[in-house]
Ligand binder design. Sequence first.
Ligand code: SF4
Length: 334
Amino acid sequence: MTTFPTQETETAVAAPVTSPSEVYAAKLKAVRRELRDEYLQPHAKPWIVGFSGGKDSTLLAHLVVECLLSIAPDDRRRCVLIVSNDTKVESPVFQDFVDGVLENLEESLTALRLPMEVVKTQPLVEESFWVNLLGRGYPAPNRMFRWCTDRMKIRPTSRFIREQVSQNGEAILLLGVRRSESAARANNLAKHDRASNGRLTLHTDFKGCQVFTPIKDLTTQEVWVALLNSRPPWGGSYREVVALYKDALGGECPFVMNADDAPSCGTSSARFGCWTCTVVEKDNSLESMIGAGHDHLEPLAQFRKRLREVSDTPDYRSKVRRNGQPGLGQCLCG
Ligand code: SF4
């Protein structure tokens, strides 16, 4: 079994009573069964599938397409929306890859006769990175003032989900999150489990939206094995995802839906994020990609460094806030 580099902390799954490959096969079978059963429920709530382009959401999209293909065309009654958010400052190599996958997927939908749609969300102009940084004069995002995740990720996808809920009455959001991603994710999913009614959990922020996390019990290795033993139903191969992970040496910035997901955005374990990310001290992903031959990213890495330096230099910042209060680094008691 191929082992892929990961920085994730694997949490224990149920003690194996059979061989690892049998456990893996049984888990995957259970995921497929759950997806099929949920899709065939007698209601019309659309599925919204969060797609970041990373391995987990890629596997989820694969399993969803496969699930629909296994159902007779006349029974494919519910609409499935594959939603991907583009912050407009994503790592260009990763965003090109995601765009390519979404284009292939979109092109294949008619031929596959699937009731699916590919949707790209993005921040409004006033939510965008440069408008806030240059136009409003915000400091480059940092751990204390990480204004970017909410504006560039949470708000655009939230808007889309609200629209869907308002058009359809209800919707089901499918996320490719897994317990073994991190201890924080495992806690979050355990909270969901306690609050869930069967396989669905009510979304805490959106009335009418339920969350379904079908691959939550798969390990990282199982995700890679599943991908490498499959071919995308929309064409191509998953070798490109593997190559990207190898070049970036690790994980991805996840599909962020709420503040609970946000801590993993802009951390050293979230490797495919915005190229402008100044929340991380060092952008290992960008630097690894440059090291792997993506030389055109070098000016972006330099510019990111410059953004951090400028924000970290008090002399470059106004001493007075726009509301008249003392600015960054100034004593509030005068
Ligand atoms: S990757 Fe960094 S800049 Fe982008 S939204 Fe996350 S924390 Fe903000």
